[in-house]
Design a protein around this ligand. Sequence first.
Ligand code: ADP
Ligand code: MG
Length: 151
Amino acid sequence: MISKTLSVEATQKVAENLVKKILEAGPRNGAVVLGLVGDLGAGKTTFAQGFARALGVKEKITSPTFLIVKSYKLEVISFKNFYHIDAYRLNSPQELLDLGLADLIKNPQNIILIEWADKVMGILPKNSIFIDFSHGEKDEERTIAPRLPAS
Ligand code: ADP
Ligand code: MG
């Protein structure tokens, strides 16, 4: 379902609804992986903030641009860790593998959200949830469009 939002709060509400669905669906074989794709300012970090908050993360979420990976403990049923990754500064997907992504992806207790996922597409699981973010006509307008799952 494509969402058009007109505020930060509305974008975060879309994230919150996705968290509900993920928690209802429960764990998969491996981690739940979300790949956010879209230009600078399209709303990926804003979405990540709403997403983390809906998972019960109390810390302030900022974009892990320089750290690449930030982890947060979860206290929800089925999931133990939330990883927020920013692939913007990576020179190659291999750098994310060097940071241990393959193990994170295997663990069904992990939820992993990756900004600039198009930079590391090739190393993400087939069942990742990819979401495209784009600017609309108005200043505060954004389109959030989940891609159909790969079959
Ligand atoms: P990205 O991580 O994709 O670079 P950010 O979430 O960091 O984008 O930045 C989005 C910017 O756009 C923020 O400054 C936010 O306040 C602003 N903004 C305006 N309208 C919206 C909206 N509808 N959804 C998300 N962010 C919005
Ligand atoms: Mg960002």
